[in-house]
Design a protein around this ligand. Structure first.
Ligand code: UT7
Length: 359
């Protein structure tokens, strides 16, 4: 698969992850909710999840993951000029979690949060790669971070068993600058710097993408209060409006269909088949959704990365957590075709075909 054009070049310089220390097992939930391990395991594949205590919420988790990724990349925070945080559970409503991360790390990099709910990582990956390939940014921290436990009603068995907290980060860089010391990375340079452009080795980065919203599913997953339509008040709190409301069965049905279609469009745009995919990293909402997508698309099950059994649904963090774990285990190699696909509230779907390559 060396002939495929890279539309938005970006190399992976490092990766990192951060998880809360508290493990909540299905047995723990069974002690306080009308549920049991058998129901949760057979319906979702989840065995345990990490739940944040104070001080482990979206901002601090994102900072930990970012530090980990910077360390792996051998870079300082000041080498970074863009911070993108995919999240739907920002640390505070304002400023952005990206701003809090940049301030904590001590960089003047630009940054913003990107909210596409559980589909956030695919959207943020496509966005970050685009900013790198146009030279608007040179070295970016791309973070997926969510603390879903803070927006889930702990007494609602239909949702409390599903979600978990976590964060993961990638350092993505413009491949044309990889061999330049930081001091020389100022204005955008010749893309052949580093000896990769135009050479036989294809550039790492985004090959194709598919970003869609199925608006017919807009009410299937929502937090009704706490925004401008219905600011938090004693009445909204009394009604539980700060918590996720989900129509699981219909969401399940649409998620399978939408993800299958999105994967097929993404592969079709690149002109590759499911058999060409080196690794598939789907969002981890439910093992049965993943199984259905794998079965219908023909992607190999043993090439599918996952962590839902250990972490539950960590929203925008689920895919980068899977990538960071696979990379740390040495399973991802330069030139591998990585397919990521997330779906969530909206119903937002974000799929990206990515050529993995270290920078
Ligand atoms: O990441 C964002 C996107 N999120 C998703 O894509 C989630 C998609 N949906 C799902 O993963 C599944 O629909 C769920 C895991 C949420 C639910 O599985 P299901 O097989 O669709 O179950 P259901 O909602 O149809 O409920 C079946 C039964 C119900 O009881 P009755 O009405 O049949 O008597 C529920 O009340 O299971 C009951 N139930 C539970 N029982 C034990 C619901 N939650 C629980 C529970 N423990 N935790």
């Amino acid at each position: 698969m060396t002939g495929l054009a890279t539309r938005a070049a970006a190399g992976v310089a490092g990766w990192g992850s951060a998880l809360p220390t508290q493990v909540v097992t299905n047995a723990d939930l069974q002690r306080r909710l009308d549920t049991d391990d058998d129901w949760i395991t057979t319906r979702t594949g989840i065995k345990e999840r990490r739940i944040a205590v104070d001080g482990e919420t979206t901002g601090p988790l994102a900072v930990r993951a970012a530090r980990d990724a910077l360390h792996a990349a051998g870079l300082e925070a000041t080498d970074i000029d863009l911070v993108v945080v995919a999240t739907c559970t920002a640390e505070v409503p304002m400023p952005s979690t990206a701003a809090l991360v940049a301030a904590e790390l001590g960089t003047t990099a630009g940054g913003f949060d990107l909210d596409a709910a559980c589909a956030g990582f695919g959207y943020a990956l496509a966005t970050t790669a685009s900013l790198l390939s146009t030279g608007i940014a040179r070295r970016a921290l791309l973070i997926g971070a969510d603390t879903m436990s803070r927006v889930v009603d702990p007494d609602d068995r239909a949702t409390a068993v599903l979600f978990g907290d976590g964060a993961a980060a990638l350092v993505l860089t413009d491949p044309s600058i990889v061999n330049l010391p930081s001091a020389q990375v100022g204005e955008r340079g010749d893309r052949s710097v580093g000896g990769r452009s135009g050479a036989a080795t294809p550039l790492p980065g985004l090959i194709s993408a598919d970003l869609v919203i199925d608006g017919a599913g807009v009410d299937l997953l929502r937090i009704p209060a706490g925004g401008s339509r219905l600011p938090t008040s004693a009445a909204t709190l009394a009604a539980g409006g700060q918590f996720i409301q989900m129509e699981g069965r219909e969401l399940f049905r649409r998620a399978v269909r939408e993800v299958v279609d999105s994967v097929e469009r993404t592969l079709g745009r690149a002109g590759v088949s499911a058999a060409d995919v080196s690794w598939f990293a789907p969002h981890q909402a439910n093992a049965r959704i993943v199984d259905a997508v794998v079965a219908r698309t023909g992607i190999a099950a043993d090439r599918t990365l996952g962590n839902g059994d250990r972490y539950g649904n960590t929203s925008a963090a689920s895919i980068p957590l899977a990538l960071a774990e696979a990379a740390a285990a040495g399973r991802l190699h330069d030139g591998d075709l990585i397919l990521v696909s997330g779906f969530g509230a909206g119903l937002s779907v974000g799929t990206v075909l990515w050529r993995w390559g270290r920078s």
